[in-house]
Design a protein around this ligand. Structure first.
Ligand SMILES: Nc1ncnc2c1ncn2[C@@H]1O[C@H](COP(=O)(O)OP(=O)(O)OP(=O)(O)O)[C@@H](O)[C@H]1O
Ligand SMILES: [Mg+2]
Length: 359
């Protein structure tokens, strides 16, 4: 659901800006340190309630200021403009307003503003631990399965309780009552994730082929424990091991999206530019799959569009983004690097020392 207006105040080096947006391409152009990433960070905060760069709000609020604001308007499915906003204070408090109502939850921001971020430090999706790929899967499940958010929250709470019980239990009997509920939740979460990966996998592999035709790329879902065993049974069988460890070792908290390139782990095969292309392919595929499945179009944030990419690959990414018909924010140091994407519907903004002007 696209944003039609963005107002950012006291956010990093941006004192105040008010941007009328295109529902197609929005280009953010400026030199190093001017505030391009900060604009994308502000939009990300509007959709996630947090930054992708820092977990410390104090670093994001403008120096010498007490609070930051990000406001905007988005088009809902009936094409009505709905106001949305987030305010964060130095003491850590957060206030979210949607449609004029205060006290909204962060998950509601995520629900109305599905975002896909592609930025130069985003390779962790491919090269780091399963946590990043689990988040990737769960983004899709969150947006396509309304009960997931609550169920996952409950699973995490129950797991914590179980880990506390493990430390004091003298026999498995003391856990078996709790494990029934935990097992039910785990099986449900696994089923949602498995279905989601199965549905989006063909599109993701096709997109990977389009971006990296020289490689054979395969995705596979790992649910966090062996396939043949019911979760309840596994909990009972591993009781002693879990007790020695002090926590529940296997489960949906270990799930992963396993990615193989020519049958080898990704980071051993791909160059940095190729990693970026693969990340773009996966994120675009996920966004497009969501649009096909639910009609919800996500917003793409692409920071430092040109980095790592040669002109042929830039053009490929630009063409692919155009085909999505989604709202796209692209940052770049020069206009020439984004020349392939400029069209009559796009809007261009120049950023200089935190001041943003539409061109
Ligand atoms: N809390 C803050 N208050 C004021 N200024 C800040 C704060 N945090 C960061 N800055 C400054 O804001 C600017 C933010 O730059 P940003 O990362 O948005 O630049 P950029 O245009 O993306 O640059 P690059 O092309 O190098 O990626 C930097 O100059 C930084 O020093
Ligand atoms: Mg930047």
């Amino acid at each position: 659901m696209p944003l039609t207006r963005l107002i950012v105040q006291q956010f990093r080096n941006i004192k105040a800006c008010d941007m009328p947006l295109s529902t197609g391409f929005n280009f953010i152009i400026g030199p190093n340190g001017s505030g391009k990433t900060s604009v994308l960070e502000a939009i990300y905060m509007l959709g996630h309630g947090r930054s992708f760069k820092s977990s410390l709000t104090g670093r994001i609020i403008q120096n010498e200021c007490q609070e930051l604001f990000v406001h905007g308007r988005f088009l809902n499915s009936d094409q009505f403009e709905i106001p949305i906003g987030i305010n964060k204070q130095r003491d850590g408090s957060t206030e979210v307003r949607i449609g004029g109502q205060s006290g909204q939850k962060l998950a509601q921001l995520a629900e109305v503003l599905p975002l896909q971020l592609i930025h130069p430090e985003g390779f962790e999706l491919l090269t780091d631990g399963p946590k990043f790929r689990r988040a990737f899967i769960d983004w899709g499940v969150f947006h396509s399965q309304p009960q997931f958010y609550e169920a996952w929250g409950r699973f995490k709470r129950f797991s914590k309780q179980r880990n506390a019980l493990l430390k004091t239990a003298r026999s498995y009997k003391e856990l078996s009552y709790w494990d029934k509920d935990l097992a039910l939740l785990a099986e449900q979460i696994d089923q949602w994730r498995a279905t989601y990966v199965e549905q989006m996998q063909p599109l993701a592999e096709e997109m990977c082929r389009a971006f990296l035709p020289e490689f054979e790329i395969k995705l596979g879902y790992y649910r966090g424990w062996e396939r043949e065993t019911a979760y309840g049974e596994l909990l009972q069988r591993n009781f002693e091991r879990d007790q020695n460890l002090g926590y529940t070792f296997s489960g949906p908290n270990k799930a992963d999206l396993r990615i193989k390139v020519n049958n080898t782990p990704v980071e051993d095969v791909l160059s940095r530019g190729q990693l970026k292309l693969m990340m773009c392919a996966l994120r675009l595929a996920q966004g497009q799959h969501l649009a096909q499945l639910t009609g919800k179009q996500c917003i793409y944030l692409i920071d430092d569009f040109a980095s790592e990419l040669d002109s042929v690959r830039r053009k490929r990414l630009a063409d692919c983004l155009k085909q999505t018909k989604a709202q796209v924010f692209v940052s770049s140091i020069t206009e020439s690097q984004i020349a392939d994407m400029i069209d009559e519907n796009g809007k261009m903004f120049h950023v200089e020392h935190g001041t943003i002007e539409q061109v």
